[in-house]
Design a binder for this molecule. Structure first.
Ligand code: NDP
Length: 605
């Protein structure tokens, strides 16, 4: 594989104090007292923004049967857990999914240009098992969706799946030792075990801009892309129906970065409405060379790559970097700086300094990249991101900044304040109205809302206790998976486990493996129930609290969903952490924990 394109060389030494001041100034501009409450939930007259534009809903008879394992969510979490359960011989697995097919994020996000931001060789799950070779280093969304369908087919997960179905009630029956599941399709069935992989970013939200509902033109959220209106398709065919349209896109996060180049090529006029610029580093995508892939794809290859990526990404001092991407770049820089320190100077303070220095340097390069690419200096300046790289989701793209050189495209920078108003025909920024036919909301997904609000149901465990009540003072689990009082239930997500944000699927595949082994153990030994003991859960929480705390989303950062929009987070946030010894150590620990057969801390009955 070729080496990443070198970034522009730094011109002068970095004035760290000046940068710190600038970062603080830019953050302060954006802080607002309403924090997360500034966003609009898609309910009532906004609920049509949630309609599925991709698959017609098919009528079916309600289910009233019993399954061994029900999984809520048909994205990567459900697919990898379902696959491992099938491999373990658990045949009646039922996946319940609100979309019209498998895919989760990749079912909904079909906007033009959507692609994975972590190298596909580690991002796409079960590549070795399915024999699929990602066609590019960063594959595009249609291929990832197809891969989800491939997993579904290969493991027979379609047979029992319920699509366009949302769980409304999930209640433990203590007498029968099973879960009762009710859905919005009239289903009422039971399951001995349940898994939940509802994902962190699946409920779209709209910006709370005054006048939003008064707009008379067309509008949609990026996760429900309206190809009937724009023309084109998710594979990148030109959006030919926009040739005579004036379009505003609101938001400049990871989604907008990927779809703006397509809009810029297609629209008569495109206004990109920006509150905070993303940091946009080099993408350097390329097709996969099948000969090269044949060489690397020896037995166990994907696990090796996963472990290598995670080791590089989380400071594991791996000797090589197989993946070589933007995520590992910052880690490599930090490691190089730490390695250059004499042993006696490797104190926490010096290590923090090394991290900060590497970050300043990286962000200077990213800002210089803006200048090098964007021709108009007045457009380039506001596209520069003034915060540490991990304050917001880092982005990688080789066409986004270039889009601002298109005559059709105008950056409407809001100086950190957001769009002022929407009228019947226009978006208004700093008093100026930009008349448009269509508004595309690239405004992201609910994050700070309660787990049960996003999931759409509140799990009721032993003794009628709701999960929201049990977690009133913060999330409590062992491994992020098991909750005391909620037997035979498994949550599949990263927090309180590896917490590896740069490659979420790695967390999920390890969880899937673990759950399948626990369920098989229970079934093989005729146990009706498995539950984490209160003591084991408490010990895990105490262990988590010995860590350094949250790695991303510090309160010094510019507001965003990583730091609760810059608002104080309350005591619960101290539990939104991972294993204190890091992701690599967690995966190693988890493998040993599940393999020695004792499943320490779980009680089988
Ligand atoms: P984000 O939440 O990252 O972005 C929302 C955008 O809307 C921000 O730029 C925000 O500005 C802006 N915004 C909000 N309110 C206003 C307002 N009133 N006026 C103007 N702008 C406003 O959503 P995305 O959909 O871009 O991304 C969400 C997440 O999804 C990503 O962080 C990433 O984790 C994931 N993702 C992953 C991809 C991948 O792996 N390939 C691709 C795309 C997304 P501000 O920053 O100031 O709040």
């Amino acid at each position: 594989m070729s080496v990443t394109t070198p970034p522009p060389a730094l011109r002068k030494p970095i004035d760290k104090d000046a940068l710190r001041r600038k970062y603080a100034e830019e953050r302060d501009k954006r802080l607002r007292p309403d924090g997360n409450n500034q966003y609009l939930r898609l309910q009532g007259q906004l609920s049509h923004y949630l309609d599925d534009p991709y698959t017609p809903r098919v009528e079916r008879a309600p289910k009233t049967d019993h399954v061994t394992f029900a999984f809520i969510g048909g994205g990567f979490a459900g697919l990898v857990t379902g696959a491992r359960l099938k491999e373990a011989g658990v045949d009646d697995v039922r996946i319940i999914e609100k979309g019209g097919d498998f895919g989760g994020t990749w079912y909904w996000n079909r906007y033009p240009g959507a692609q994975c931001d972590t190298a596909a060789f580690v991002y796409m799950p079960l590549l070795e098992e399915t024999g699929h070779m990602p066609s590019e280093k960063y594959t595009h969304a249609p291929e990832i969706l197809e891969h989800c369908q491939r997993i579904g087919k290969q493991y027979g997960l379609y047979d029992n799946a319920l699509f366009h179905t949302e769980v409304k009630d999930l209640v433990w029956d203590d007498d029968q030792s099973y879960w009762i599941i009710r859905t919005n399709r009239g289903d009422e069935f039971t399951a001995q075990f349940v898994g939940m992989g509802t994902g962190p970013l699946h409920v779209p939200k709209l910006p709370g801009i005054p006048g939003l509902t008064s707009f008379r033109g067309h509008s949609f959220h990026t996760s429900r892309w309206d190809y009937d209106y724009t023309g084109g398709d998710p594979s990148g065919a030109p959006l030919d129906k926009l040739a005579d349209k004036r379009v505003a896109i609101i938001g400049t996060g990871a989604t907008a970065v990927q779809c703006v180049p397509h809009l810029a090529r297609a629209c008569k006029k495109l206004y990109v409405c920006q509150r905070t610029p993303s940091s946009v580093d080099v993408r350097d995508n390329r097709p996969t060379d099948p000969e090269w892939f044949k060489e690397i794809a020896t037995p166990g290859w994907q696990q090796r790559w996963l472990e290598n990526f995670t080791a590089n990404q989380t400071g594991g001092m791996a000797e090589v970097d197989l993946v070589m991407d933007g995520w590992t770049d910052l880690s490599r820089r930090i490691q190089a700086r730490i390695a250059s320190l004499p042993a006696e100077e490797r104190t926490p303070a010096k290590m923090w300094e090394a991290f900060e220095d590497a970050d300043f340097e990286k962000m200077e390069e990213i800002r210089m990249r803006v200048e090098a690419i964007v021709e108009d200096p007045q457009t380039a300046e506001p596209l520069k991101a003034w915060y540490r790289q991990l304050c917001k989701r880092p982005c990688f793209h080789d066409e986004y900044l270039q889009a601002f050189n298109e005559p059709s495209t105008t950056l409407v920078d809001t100086n950190g304040l957001g769009v002022e108003r929407i009228t019947e025909t226009a978006v208004v920024v700093a008093g100026q109205a930009y008349e448009v036919d269509c508004i595309i909301y690239a405004s992201g997904f609910e994050v700070g809302t309660a787990y049960h609000e996003r999931a759409g149901y509140d799990m009721v465990g032993r003794g009628g206790v709701k999960l929201s009540e049990y977690w009133a003072d913060g999330m409590r689990t062992k491994h992020g998976t098991h909750v005391h009082g909620f037997p035979n239930a498994f949550i599949v997500q990263p927090t309180q486990g590896a917490n590896l944000i740069s490659n979420v699927p790695h967390n999920l595949t390890e969880s899937g493996r673990t759950i399948a082994m626990i369920v098989k153990h229970a079934l093989d030994h005729g146990h009706d129930e498995v539950e984490v003991s209160q003591q084991a859960e408490e010990e895990w929480i105490q262990l988590l609290l010995t860590g350094a705390g949250r790695m991303i989303g510090s309160q010094d950062c510019t507001p965003g969903y990583y730091n609760n929009e810059g608002q104080p987070t309350g005591p619960q946030a101290r539990l939104f952490v991972g294993y204190p010894h890091g992701a690599m150590a967690f995966f190693k620990y988890l493998k040993e924990w599940r393999s020695n057969g004792s499943f320490e801390g779980l009680e089988f009955r």
